[in-house]
Design a protein around this ligand. Structure first.
Ligand SMILES: C[S@@+](CC[C@H](N)C(=O)[O-])C[C@H]1O[C@@H](n2cnc3c(N)ncnc32)[C@H](O)[C@@H]1O
Length: 563
């Protein structure tokens, strides 16, 4: 089995031996010894044997491209130009293509990769990796590190990545992420109680999994806080509703002990009927009672409608109003709590519920171990932002997409998603896509009602390949440019805002109908088109890109087609 780093190291050590024979002077030998020491010394951090992956080798001879399956387009929101994307294929290829369209553009990445349990969940080079594979962990690390490095380039400066994992690989993954994203960008390793657990059996039962979170740049990453639900506690209202929100009543007095007692806070307040009372509704001063507010603050509270007097069975009590939107000085307040790294007691967020949710959609067990919707919704609320793009490149049954669409309906935000999954066991075609169709249309495959549906549009792409040795490489690539433009801008190319010009004739048509075009965002012109002087002038103030070069510049240079 190839162990590339070891082979490389051996090769370099052999070179050094040869150099030693040819350069026996002291200076050379000292230098050679130092290089040898550096090569053989143990380094801190994660060290593993790199493995070659077939999907990676394939890119030496083929260029991955996307091909749209137009029959699978779903338009659930005709009023919106915005599209979400489901990308079928190996995620290494999809990530390479996303590098061309989404570098620095992704706000949130959530992934749930194979956990490498040794029981058939991790397929590498088309083989199931079981617990007897001696290279099980290094293969997993090779596989995941390649993808995480690409993922990092896609994240924008405010972006964050959340990775579901369990105890098998969490420790290696933490070290790997430290080296890829930087220790300083570590946000949290959230602990999720995935199963309720039971008191039967022996040993120590694992009832948790993890969600490892990193920022692209911790200083710039915006994390929201958990709002305290208004109606949960704050139920009373008065004429200040708009500015102050609803309120709850708290007693203004309290019994104090020892050093906490303050004589200054033990004074008389005049009740609405003129009666003067000390705290504790006492007629005479009792040492262990205090008002919470000073005399001046109470005066201010009465004048500003923060204080309430209530008479119950002939006895007065004094309360202050605690409003949702303002503090006790009438200043605006954001009553929220920080997220914590323990995800527990979250309604419906356990593994069994995830399975049930997919069963409810397909009326059968269509997928092993989908994540529960409420877990993903909870996680997607953590990054702040109104209009974030969410990428999941181990999408499986598509829970992330359903969570995005349902959350948008719940909180009115405008999240978009890009999902990648392979089609092992036809999962993309038979589970992910039908699930998204059901979520958007509100109807199951058998026609029965699932929900009211979600307003969203979807495009379905498959990865395809162009032979690097093709005689017609330009034409082959040009066939896949529409897909790239649509993915980059999240729209359908309809030659209104985004215009593709493939030949001289189309360029002439564009020139003559130019006055009819409004709001042009970008024009993509085949590199074969010969522009007239007037056409060059016309394009001067327009965002113009040459195709296929603007997307496949690197590959074309690599094979000597571009200089
Ligand atoms: C643990 S599942 C994700 C489950 C998902 N979170 C859900 O709720 O349904 C991992 C998925 O990643 C897919 N996968 C594994 N390796 C992949 C690869 N190289 N490219 C694309 N998808 C891959 C598998 O087919 C599997 O469906």
């Amino acid at each position: 089995m190839a162990n590339l780093s070891q082979i490389r190291r051996e090769k370099m050590l052999n070179f050094l031996e040869m150099l030693k024979e040819q350069h026996s002077d002291d200076v050379s030998l000292i230098a050679i010894n130092q290089i040898e020491k550096a090569l053989t010394s143990k380094k801190y951090g994660l060290v593993w044997e790199e493995h070659e992956e077939e999907v990676d080798i394939k890119m030496q001879t083929y260029i991955p491209v996307f091909k749209e399956v137009e029959s699978k387009e779903i338009v659930g929101n005709p009023d919106s130009e915005q599209y979400n994307f489901l990308l079928e294929g190996d995620n290494l290829h999809s990530l390479k293509l996303l590098e061309k369209t989404h570098k620095g553009k992704i706000d949130v990445i959530y992934i749930d990769p194979p956990y490498n349990t040794g029981s058939k969940d991790f397929i590498y080079n088309d083989s199931i990796i079981d617990e007897n594979d001696g290279y099980r962990h290094s293969k997993w690390l090779s596989f995941i590190s390649k993808r995480l490095k690409l993922a990092k380039d896609l994240m924008n400066d405010m972006g964050m990545i959340m990775i579901s994992i369990n105890e098998i690989e969490v420790y290696s993954l933490k070290l790997l992420c430290d080296s890829i994203f930087g220790e300083m960008n570590y946000l949290s390793n959230m602990i999720w109680q995935s199963t309720p657990g039971s008191n039967t059996g022996l040993g120590i039962k694992t009832v948790t999994e993890y969600v490892l979170c990193y920022a692209k740049n911790k200083e710039k990453c915006c994390i929201s806080s958990k709002p305290i639900v208004d109606d949960e506690k704050y139920v009373l209202q008065d004429e200040h509703l708009e500015k102050r929100g609803k309120y709850i009543l708290n007693k203004l007095d309290r019994r104090m002990t020892g050093q906490h007692y303050s004589d200054a806070l033990n004074y008389q307040i005049e009740m609405p009927d003129g009666q003067l009372l000390y705290p504790g509704s006492n007629l005479t001063k009792e040492e262990n009672w205090n008002w919470r507010w000073s005399q001046n603050k109470v005066k201010w509270g009465i004048e500003n409608d923060f204080i309430v007097f209530k008479k119950n069975r002939g006895k007065w009590s004094v309360y202050f109003k605690q409003y949702y939107k303002v503090d006790n000085n009438d200043n605006p307040i954001n009553r929220s709590l920080p997220y914590q790294n323990l995800i527990k007691d979250l309604d419906g967020a356990n593994s069994a519920r995830g399975t049930q949710e997919v069963m409810d959609m397909f009326n059968k067990k269509a997928f092993d171990y989908p994540k529960p919707l409420n877990l993903i919704k909870y996680l997607l609320k953590i990054p702040a932002g109104q209009s974030v793009t969410v990428l999941d490149f181990f999408a499986g049954s598509g829970t992330t997409a359903q969570a995005v669409l349902e959350l948008n309906s719940e909180d009115g935000k405008n999240r978009k998603f890009i999902l990648c999954t392979n089609n092992d066991n036809s999962i993309c075609e038979e589970v992910t896509y039908p699930r998204l169709k059901t979520v958007i249309t509100g109807k199951r495959a058998d026609g029965s009602k699932y929900s009211d549906g979600q307003k969203a549009n979807l495009k379905y792409y498959k990865t395809d390949f162009v032979d690097k040795e093709s005689e017609e490489i330009y034409d082959d690539l040009l066939k896949h440019i529409t897909e790239m433009i649509q993915l980059q801008y999240g729209v359908k190319v309809d030659n209104q805002k985004y215009i593709m010009i493939m030949n001289d004739e189309e360029m002439d048509d564009f020139e003559s109908s130019f006055h009819k075009h409004k709001d042009i965002e970008a024009v993509f012109i085949n590199q074969d088109v010969l522009l007239t002087t007037s056409q060059e002038k016309l394009l001067q103030d327009i965002n113009t890109k040459i195709i296929p070069d603007c997307y496949f510049d690197f590959e074309l240079r690599e094979i000597g087609e571009l200089w």
